[in-house]
Design a protein. Structure first.
Length: 62
């Protein structure tokens, strides 16, 4: 999958505990999402979130 610039994206998922924060606490949702993927995919950054998927892009390509 590619974003609009043609750079490849990785599609991943995360646990329901974090998704539940989406409707109740947006700041906590963002913080938890970034922390979750920093641990699992340290060289990738979150580009887009659309339940149930999270799209990541490798930082090397920037």
């Amino acid at each position: 999958m590619n974003d609009l610039s043609g750079k490849p994206l990785l599609k991943s998922m995360m646990g329901q505990r974090i998704w539940q924060l989406f409707d109740t606490d947006k700041a906590a949702f963002q913080r938890e999402t970034l922390a979750y993927f920093e641990r699992g995919y340290p060289d990738w950054e979150v580009k887009r979130v659309k339940y149930p998927h999270v799209f990541l892009q490798h930082r090397k390509g920037q």
